[in-house]
Ligand binder design. Structure first.
Ligand SMILES: [Fe+2]
Length: 392
């Protein structure tokens, strides 16, 4: 997590008596990672965070994975998935997945139920709209361009607040997501060469106290889904402190690293997860060597599948390929990819690119899910050759 934070009331010493106005003890909850050997937060509840009154198995919307066969670069038009309204958690449509990460897309127009992802951290990217992320830690307001990291097992809900629908790209990990280690000091401070730092990170600022009884929480865990009913609302925390909490960071605060010749994708890295990285491509001055070719060279990152979500501006290297706002390209390991024909010549002399994209590079192959196939532009694989082919 980015850094220590303290919100609301906490006693001077941890694990000591801290009493409510009626004289009873607040209930402590220590939430920590890696068996008490990594980051944690200590929360003070009005009611017992252990008090459940019901537990029922829950069957989530069905989804499945199919290998990328035949192996092809893919182009998914996520805006073709727009349909009836959905909530931003249970309405997620899975697109790409492996055992390390699941990537989904949702257009949401209503609040989600309370939800706990006990499988791993989530990184949500807001393509458009705005929302309140509510949790026991407080409220986090998010808007277009924000990344939000929700640590494993935080109970939260998403409440869209804008008149426009909330469009989210959800990246769900099977482990923890955080800033790249190379940008952090041994004590966790962002270093000078990091493209973002503590001042760019936002967290909850005040307790969110909700009084309610018999509250449902949908729990996704490693063996399935369960619906718990808590005796009291989990958002009953008067104060907390620690390094573990939902936090947000705007892609517009990512400071691009540029050079005289083309810089490789690691300069865009924003987060790391288990067996994947997340990168941000933002508007920037481009390569300024007198003979520079500003678009990428053809490349083959032989250990990664590369997913790119196009979320704003014009992506110069993909011009002529049908890529549009909300498009996702998948360039898998086993296939060399590069700019569309003509893009290198066209880009020569350009001084800046106005592009906004989120990339997820996975170190194991991504499978395709049914919604991905339903919005696929099947001609994409042949666009470099300039021929049309619709089968295979
Ligand atoms: Fe690439």
């Amino acid at each position: 997590m980015p850094y220590y934070r303290s919100v609301g009331e906490v006693p001077r010493k941890r694990h000591t008596q801290f009493r409510q106005p009626d004289g009873s003890l607040y209930a402590e909850e220590l939430m920590g990672q890696e068996g008490f050997s990594s980051d944690s937060s200590l929360l003070y509840h009005r009611y017992l965070p252990t008090a459940i009154v019901a537990a029922d198995e829950y069957t989530p919307p069905a989804w499945s994975r199919t290998p990328n066969l035949p192996l092809k670069p893919r182009h998914l038009r996520t805006h073709k998935l727009d349909g009836a309204g959905a909530d931003p958690i249970l309405g997620r449509q899975h697109l790409l997945a492996n055992d390390d990460v699941r990537i989904s897309y949702v257009v949401a127009d209503r609040p989600s139920p309370l939800y706990r992802n006990a499988v791993g951290d989530e990184c949500l990217y807001v393509e458009s709209g705005a929302a309140r992320i509510e949790s026991a830690f407080g409220v986090l307001g998010v808007t277009a361009g924000d990344y939000v990291v929700i640590p494993t097992s935080v109970v939260y809900r998403i409440v869209p607040v804008a008149p426009d629908p909330l469009r989210l790209l959800a990246i769900e990990a099977s482990g923890h997501i955080g800033p790249p280690k190379r940008y952090l000091s041994v004590r966790g401070q962002f270093l000078e060469h990091s493209p973002y730092c503590e001042r760019d990170v936002r967290g909850p600022e005040a307790p969110l106290l909700v009084e309610e009884t018999d509250v449902e929480v949908y729990v996704q865990h490693r063996r399935g889904w369960t619906r718990h009913v808590y005796a009291n609302h989990p958002f009953d925390v008067v104060g907390w402190d620690g390094h573990l909490y939902p936090w947000a960071f705007s892609i517009h605060d990512f400071e691009p690293i540029t050079g005289r010749v083309h810089q490789p994708p690691p300069v865009h890295q924003t987060f790391q997860g288990p067996n994947f990285v997340i990168c941000s491509f933002v508007p920037r001055k481009v390569d300024y060597h007198p003979l520079a070719i500003p678009v990428p060279y053809n490349h083959h990152n032989v250990d990664s599948d590369e997913m790119l979500f196009y979320t704003g501006g014009n992506y110069e290297a993909r011009r002529g390929s049908g890529i549009e706002q909300g498009s996702i390209s998948l360039h898998p390991a086993g296939f060399t990819h590069g700019p569309q024909p003509g893009a290198p010549e066209r880009a020569i002399g350009a001084e800046s690119f106005d592009e906004l994209a989120v990339m997820v590079d996975t170190f194991r192959p991504l499978d395709l899910c049914a919604p991905a196939l339903s919005c696929e532009d099947t001609g994409y694989a042949w666009t470099w050759a300039g021929r049309t082919r619709t089968s295979g």
